[in-house]
Design a protein around this ligand. Structure first.
Ligand code: SF4
Length: 321
């Protein structure tokens, strides 16, 4: 599928739930979240119908997101089933890691192609403060288990908050030293509760890392679906990556669409648009689904306008990160 800017669209980020077992301060309010009813969320069958048809339209890569996807009881079974869809080449998962120790072996068995684990700090108290309810030791146990069962392509994602100290940045980066896992710093995006939070730029983080670990050498190979730019550090088994949607806009290479947990197709994270696919999925109406997807893709914007306008008013957990 090509959009009107000649970009090949072959990647879908599919949110399977808007629920999460954490309450990160930049993502959700502490109380008063209004979650989707089970009947409003896409069912197992609707997801398979959607992805089978998206594969026919040229989608090859699927990222399972949330909320927190591992809070949905059938996520592993879903991954296993998606892996059998003709045309889908890669299925990856993004998780907060809280339940990962429990699911890592099953995910390996399901032949997951890669996993992103969010870790914003290695300080247990700070982790609890950011997530309001989370225990860092559970996430670290999940990461350890993922390494132990040899899940492929393990990445740690750290939101580049303004509060991160130089020591914390170096400590988090050092996760990529002894194990072949990649650590990525994600620029804070002005979405939902992330609006107004101070962040650190890629350049600031690079300079901190270079002072401690020496020169960062650009690494040109792709390490997954995403738009990260990667660097090698001498003595590190994994790479250091940066995803900087504002500072280093990657919209020109955008290959993605998103589907929310209730079946809304979004062609850009920032845009307050969206096309409701639920009816086509419920009625298994392939023609309607094709028409809706193809028409939405023609309207995909050339780039985000985070710096100029308000954009989508929903929270990150509701859009699917
Ligand atoms: S901001 Fe929109 S256009 Fe840019 S990379 Fe993200 S989804 Fe694609």
């Amino acid at each position: 599928m090509k959009d009107s800017f000649n970009r090949e669209i072959d990647y879908v980020r599919l949110s399977v739930t808007d629920r999460c077992d954490l309450r990160c301060t930049y993502c959700m309010p502490a109380t008063g979240m209004c979650f989707l009813k089970k009947s409003e969320m896409l069912s197992f069958d609707e997801i398979l119908f959607l992805l089978t048809n998206l594969a026919d339209l040229g989608i090859k890569k699927v990222k399972i997101t949330g909320g927190e996807p591992l809070t949905r009881p059938d996520t592993v079974a879903l991954i296993k089933a998606i892996k059998t869809i003709k045309g889908i080449e890669k299925v990856t998962l993004t998780t907060n890691g809280i339940q990962l120790a429990r699911y890592a072996s099953a995910l390996k068995e399901a032949k997951l192609d890669g996993i992103n684990i969010s870790i914003d700090t290695l300080d247990p108290d700070e982790f609890h403060e950011i997530t309001r309810v989370g225990e860092l030791k559970r996430v670290l146990a999940g990461l350890k288990k993922a390494i132990e069962v040899d899940l492929p392509n393990i990445k740690v994602n750290t939101v580049a908050r303004g509060e991160l100290t130089d020591e914390e940045i170096c400590e988090i980066a050092s996760l990529a030293k002894s194990d072949a896992i990649h650590v990525r710093f994600i620029e804070l995006m002005p979405i939902g509760l992330g609006k107004g939070c101070p962040g650190k730029t890629q350049e600031e983080i690079m300079s901190i890392l270079q002072t401690t670990y020496g020169e960062l050498h650009p690494f040109d190979q792709q390490l997954g679906n995403g738009p990260a730019s990667y660097f090698s550090l001498t003595g590190f088994k994994g790479k250091i990556g940066f995803i900087s949607a504002l500072g280093h806009c990657f919209c020109a290479e955008c290959d993605r669409i998103r589907v929310t947990a209730d079946g809304c197709l979004k062609t850009c994270l920032h845009m307050d648009d969206g096309c409701e696919l639920k009816e086509a999925l419920q009625t298994k109406n392939k023609e309607l689904l094709f028409a809706q997807v193809l028409s939405a893709i023609q309207k995909k914007p050339e780039k985000h306008h985070f710096l100029e306008s308000q954009g989508d008013s929903r929270l990150m957990s509701q859009i699917g990160g």
